[in-house]
Design a protein around this ligand. Structure first.
Ligand SMILES: [Zn+2]
Ligand SMILES: [Zn+2]
Length: 173
């Protein structure tokens, strides 16, 4: 009777494990691949891939150890076969991702979001992507001496906004 129960529990455990691997394996692979892509062409990306593979190897060793410790029959090399298949897939795709060229850098990146500002009308525009003012170069703002509007500070002389600035060629009063 007890043997039957134990058999049932092991069967249940095995099917639970199978169900979990169906969900966990793809999630695990995606996590490793994300790290490869995130730190591609960097030591960190290679390290993430190696760590990802090492953990799969460790799980395979653990599977053997647990079976031996519990004197379970090694009736299912299936789990280890799935682990090895997972390792191969993770290694192949991760290896490709980690060597992808890094994202092309913008000539004139936005200070906040990195959006390409090169080619826009103004030299130091408001970023069309994230709305940061003076997105190319940080500008110290000061109130305009004429109207009080926040405007790029003038290093020499009075700070004046565009509207209060005297026309070019005419000296300020
Ligand atoms: Zn931006
Ligand atoms: Zn003004």
């Amino acid at each position: 009777m007890w043997v039957v129960h134990a058999g049932l529990i092991i069967d249940l455990f095995a099917s639970l494990l199978e169900g979990a691997t169906l969900i966990l394996f793809p999630i695990y692979a995606l996590l490793v691949w994300y790290a490869c892509l995130r730190w591609r062409r960097q030591l960190m990306g290679v390290a993430a891939l190696l760590l990802g593979l090492a953990l799969i190897g460790l799980l395979a060793r653990l599977d053997i150890a647990v079976r031996q410790a519990l004197h379970l029959p090694d009736n299912g090399p299936l789990f280890r076969f799935m682990l090895y298949a997972e390792a191969v897939i993770v290694a192949l795709v991760g290896g490709l991702l980690v060597f992808l060229p890094p994202r092309k850098l913008a000539k004139v990146p936005c200070r906040r979001c990195g959006y390409e500002l090169h080619g826009l009308d103004e030299a130091n525009p408001t970023c069309p992507e994230c709305g940061t003012e003076f997105a190319a170069i940080k500008v110290e703002l000061a109130p305009c001496a004429g109207c009080g509007l926040q405007t790029p500070a003038c290093i020499e002389g009075r700070t004046l906004c565009k509207a209060c600035l005297p026309p070019v060629g005419v000296p300020a009063a």
